[in-house]
Design a protein around this ligand. Sequence first.
Ligand code: FAD
Length: 484
Amino acid sequence: MAAPVLVWFRDDHRLADNPALAAAVASGAPILCFFIFDEISEGFRPLGGAARWWLHGSIEALDESLKRLGSKLILLQGAAESVIERIASETGASAIFWNRRYTAEEIAVDSAIKKSLTVRGIKAHSFNGRLLNEPWEITNQSGKPFQVFTPYSRAVGQRPVAAPLPAPQNLESGNWPSSILDEALSLAELHLEPVRPDWAGGFRNHWQRGESAALERLADFLDGGLKGYAENRDIPGVEGTTRLSPHLRFGEIGPRQIWHAIAHRRSHEPGLGRDAEKLLSEVVWREFAYQLLYQYPDLSRASHSRRFAHFPWSEDEKAFEAWQKGLTGYPMVDAGMRQLWRTGWMHNRVRMIVASFLIKHLLIDWRRGEAWFWDTLVDADPANNAFGWQWVAGSGPDSAPFHRIFNPVTQGEKFDPQGNYVKAFVPELANLPSAFIHKPWEAPPLVLRSAGITLGRTYPLPIVPHGPARERALEAFRRLRDEQ
Ligand code: FAD
């Protein structure tokens, strides 16, 4: 029997448009599929709780899909390099196939594995399964990576996007040796889902994990959500965006599939032009974030702008806790933080508002916010999360200026005028008339009383006043510049 080949799944939990899997199938050799839960390779950032929850369902769905093709997913745990060393020698595999990853630590591990397998005569084939373009493929006229989104996006628009690959219909499965099967773990043994307390109840009501769910969500959105996306995407009280982010994070769907599905729909419905353009451009923001992560491996760890190295960050733990719990007294901020806690996801507009509030109103280091999002978001992504935080802080390569300070009241009045979003996540304000929903402290006592609200008791007063907090932030930033 021919030597088997290995397919290593990592953040690409799908059968369709999976170039590593497709190439393994094309090799004609029997295939062995596996996943390594690796939290110990040097510098690897452990997944947060919400992402672990998602990963559980993602692996389960992938295993079911592989089983339908007569194969299965073997789960192993440990440092990838040594696990692969063992798998390679015990299976007698002739080659390994994987899709690329982009943090510096992952690249280092993958390069080391490739090198040691090559020395042993085992071919390591890697592919782009995660992005429209590799981070090193899009450069400016001097051959350097772009630092600014608009020209980057223009350059992306000039390149064709390869058509997505179909899912394999058949898969010749190899036989795992018993030595590897003996050390394989069941999904439950990875302990990815919370047990006591089981805080993921709200997540289950909101999400279906896995490739089929991702494809269904995309199809549903194209049918019912794409028209009007350009406007609706900014209204947190409606389901105006795709909510594909956790599926993309775990590779249950790839950007090429999304790209071509949108382009196809647009070609049949020319009236969708603006909405389709806007959604495609969001997908390109994700590409841009990956390009920056590749260029600046410290994106989640250090402010890109050196000016921020001496920023006088506050250590106010009580304020940080109020932000985490959604008890700041600003309804828009609190609704966002509670949506995050309850569902593992937050609307993009509100991510910007809560991030700005933490950094600028509370003067708390953006990295603490990034870490909280990392732990609580089902879509916590090494590139998008760090990029999003640095963008709001004004410390990133292409970011909003620091002096752009979101006013949580006017943002709420503009994007949630009836207070639907606030009322969905801050039930103690449900009976407040919309005129006061974003500033309950301005409501007359009678109005508060008939809404059942006692400020400071049933709902907090603002933990910082907007005007002075804004001035304090601007002053801190000005002083920083003076010290340059
Ligand atoms: P849609 O509007 O339907 O967009 C489709 C896809 O485009 C998204 O799934 C996402 O992959 C991409 N996209 C959309 N907006 C952005 C953006 N601003 N930057 C980069 N890619 C984008 N996104 C994550 O996927 N993971 C994160 O950890 C993350 N952290 C963030 C932190 C902050 C502080 C901010 C301001 C933004 C963050 N984002 C993050 C970006 C954005 O908020 C989410 O991608 C988006 O809300 C996901 O919802 P959706 O899939 O419905 O988006």
